[in-house]
Design a protein around this ligand. Sequence first.
Ligand SMILES: Cc1cc2nc3c(=O)[nH]c(=O)nc-3n(C[C@H](O)[C@H](O)[C@H](O)COP(=O)(O)OP(=O)(O)OC[C@H]3O[C@@H](n4cnc5c(N)ncnc54)[C@H](O)[C@@H]3O)c2cc1C
Length: 478
Amino acid sequence: MRIAVIGGGPAGMTAAYEISRQLGQEVDTLDLFEKSDRVGGLSKSMDLWGQRVDLGPHRFFSHDARINSLWLEVVQGHYEIVDRQTRIYYKKKFFDYPIRPFNALRGLGLLEAARCLLSYMKERIAPTRDTSTFEGWVTSRFGQRLYRIFFKTYSEKLWGIPCTELDSDFAAQRIKKLSLLEAIKNAFFQGMKNKHATLVDQFAYPTGGTGSVYESMQAMIESRGGQILVGTGVERVITVNGKVISLQLENGEIRKYDHIVSSMPISLLVEKLPEVPPSVADHAKSLKFRNTILVYLRVERTDLFTDQWLYIHEKSLQMGRVTNFRNWVSQIYRDSASTILCMEYWCYFEDELWSLDAESMISLAMEEIAQTGLVDREDVTEGHVERLPRCYPVYFRGYREIMKPVETYLSSIAHLHVIGRYGAYKYNNQDHSILMGMLAAENILKGTRHDLWAINTDYEVYQEASVITKTGLMINKP
Ligand SMILES: Cc1cc2nc3c(=O)[nH]c(=O)nc-3n(C[C@H](O)[C@H](O)[C@H](O)COP(=O)(O)OP(=O)(O)OC[C@H]3O[C@@H](n4cnc5c(N)ncnc54)[C@H](O)[C@@H]3O)c2cc1C
């Protein structure tokens, strides 16, 4: 059996890692093609100014024992447990995120807090009827006023569309079942056994940076005889009579395979499939992706703020999030006396921001970080820019109907396995992409029929629930 994997992010690397266990037995050839010069995808790490950084904040978290066991197997003890601190920066004040009612009350002041409570009570008496949009969904759980303060501005910055145009899937997957009432209960019963997913306040972080997980996978895949071809983009997948037969690389070379696992952007995959019906191609074309520009700043101080990252809700600032790499693990900043901050800017291809040159982006970031009062401009000595095209699949209203025929068509192609964040148009975190990779490998090797489209940020742990602790995996007994 000859297997190709497209993309060396968490999804593709995990699929190849799992398949490589069978190399020499059921599998003769295993090739992974990665377009960029290194593995890790959006979860890669890189060296910058003598320190190690990720592409924005990357907190690994899962309840699923299968995912956590795999992560621990790869990381081999090289991780630390980090106490999470993340806050919202709004009107020159900091609010805990996830929101904690007493902290929010203190920050907002009595009058505003009373208004928020009234608006929440109004919601309980006359609930918002349409909860299919992000606005409706959040308002129904927090009330209109809290929604406006803590959710609206940030979400509209991130997605670039009004919250009334955003599908509630985004909220349902990321905020889950949390409501103001549950947040209040949590505030009173901190030590509760089944803490809500968004209130988890510790996470495991690899001491070599997030990307070291996928670098270790690469070494293990190669040691078992698999090939990782970095700097090798795939142009298109070739099918004959509804079955995968080969793929064409960007350099024109054609290679034959029995199975192809794809985590390349779904719209680009579909566009170039030779037998795709025009209506399916049109649907895939109308999927939307949001881009990110990351601006790294080197600041000659070590005591800027204590959060791993901050959410920036100020409307007047274009940036959406600031990561402080000094507050993860000491192994990544080493003995440096400077701090690396990373500021996130979100845009579409057609936005002016996307075509701004690096120098202008760095100036904008310096100006904005100085405006927050968190950093003095004269302490910033260097800047660096990274661009991440298509890194957020946009859950606009109606996207599910558009995805349906695309999913159905791709599922009908024999021996094609579509996984990943932009690969499958799912707003995945690493754990979801890892699970997709694991199950795609199982489908190929064991002939199982896991529905890979069903795995997304909303999936429930249906096997053992677990958590990674300092000493390894802890299974949560039901
Ligand atoms: C700013 C930011 C913060 C995030 N924070 C977190 C977090 O805190 N926790 C968390 O768990 N997750 C986080 N994520 C999400 C996480 O990065 C992704 O879920 C994960 O990397 C997705 O893995 P993937 O393999 O599905 O896709 P990707 O990581 O996007 O990998 C896809 C790979 O395919 C390659 N590729 C594309 N086209 C081709 C082609 N034609 N040929 C060959 N190769 C190709 C790309 O170069 C890339 O390496 C964050 C993402 C971003 C952008």
